[in-house]
Design a protein. Structure first.
Length: 87
């Protein structure tokens, strides 16, 4: 399974305390709970990310697969394509 090292995450005292409480009461480690929370967040927003991917790919004249790969790998998307609408 791939890993992302995010280092330390700053939280307010309130959020930190409630997060730790949630981990303890559910008998989950901070690491396991954080992985679960992040996975849930990504899945919940996936449709929104897909809309952004479609828009961005069209804007730069790329396939969605190429746009996704370039963003993930930190590559330039290039210049936006010129809009060729019906005039």
């Amino acid at each position: 399974m791939p890993e992302i090292n995010i280092g330390s995450v700053s939280l307010s005292d309130h959020d930190r305390d409630w997060y730790l409480f949630g981990c303890k009461v559910n008998e989950r480690s901070i690491r396991a709970n954080t992985a679960s929370v992040l996975a849930y967040y990504v899945r919940r927003r996936k449709a929104e990310y897909e809309d952004i991917l479609q828009y961005t790919a069209r804007k730069y004249g790329l396939t969605e697969e190429e746009c996704f790969r370039r963003v993930i790998e930190g590559e330039s998307l290039g210049d936006p394509v010129q809009y060729q609408g019906d005039e």
